[in-house]
Design a protein around this ligand. Sequence first.
Ligand code: LLP
Length: 415
Amino acid sequence: MPPAASLRPFQLDRSLSERLADEYGTPLYVVSEAHFRDRARQYTGAWTEGDVSYACKANSNLEILRWANGEGLSIDVASRGELEAALRAGVPGGRIRLHGNYKTEEDIRAAMQAGVAEVVADSLLEIAHLARLGWRGHLSLRLALDVHAGSSEKISTSHPDTKFGLSVATGDALAGVRSALDFGLNLIGYHCHVGSMMPVPGPVAEAARSMAEFAKRTQAATGFWPLALNLGGGLAVDYTPEDDPVSVSAFCASIAQAAKDALGKDWPELRIEPGRSIAAPAGLTLYRVGVVKRSSSGRKFVAVDGGMSDNPRPALYGARYTVQSFRSGASEATTVVGRHCESDVLFEDVDLASDVEPGDLLQVLHTGAYNASMSSNYNRFPRPAMVAIDDSGGSRVIERRESLDDLFRREGGEI
Ligand code: LLP
């Protein structure tokens, strides 16, 4: 594995992309093990305060979970399915943390059975459920702190209107601490995740200060002082040159310092759980161009063989990406669309070589997070394969392409 500093951004050259497309077909998710591990190591190297967890909602492919586990990251799961993924990847229950704003009884029982290390409670009712079900593992409380963060309201998760967490402002958070202590639950501390795709550490630092203030007030009221404070994930990646996030090390240094300054000398273990900033830069998507045409308004459209089913982020969040062809001539503003049966704009007004033709390959960078994990079968599209690239350019399938039969497996059978 090359040292961190020597890794250039993950992208393919023409010959490797042609080879992969010929061998595995398109659309194709391609992930680089070296880049994933490098980002994980940037975190474990920069975060000396405690646990670093991989938020596997970003990409919970089993092989990727093995890489995260192998790098010493614990795993944050947000559903029964993600829990099962972590277990199947060989992650011990004691290295898993369970999240979710509504965990079913089945989720909690599955976590108990797997010996999950920690549940992050999201409501007063859930604390009571955990006590009733006999939860013996660690418990932390997700706090809603009224901090605005994230590149869009849809991925901002600790504002006054959020569905997540126990509100500090309404008194639910303090009531949660009292209730957890009354039930004799093994309360270890607090959690927050204020938002995603944040280019600067400011909002997380603000959240850390706000958590510290809550911790102090709560200590005065109940005597409880946390053993661990989890600051969540949230660091942005450079999807386009306009995104200019701080480095992993600068992000970590800044939020750790803010937390320690605010907590005073008795600071507890500090934890983080990044997702996007580990997985996104380690992945790209290869598409094959099928159609090139111009609308009456003059807009140039290039249609590729995927769409919102393999990358719903542009449609959901207005997300932008870097799209590259393997041609070197002059470029022009081009709108890349998918082939779904609606206005399936993937990449609007990107700079693309003006002589792009049907049959060309395009690579879209930084699709390693929240693409495969958010993919769908809309229009009965089979999901793409995922291929891992190793250091020497060798490749292997880590998730095969769905077949047409896969699409009908659930129909016509038993419940
Ligand atoms: N911890 C918790 C509790 C979270 O809810 C999340 C993300 C993370 C950690 C990881 O955050 P990250 O480092 O990836 O920003 N689908 C959206 C992103 C949703 C993020 C949800 N929570 C997108 O594609 O932009």
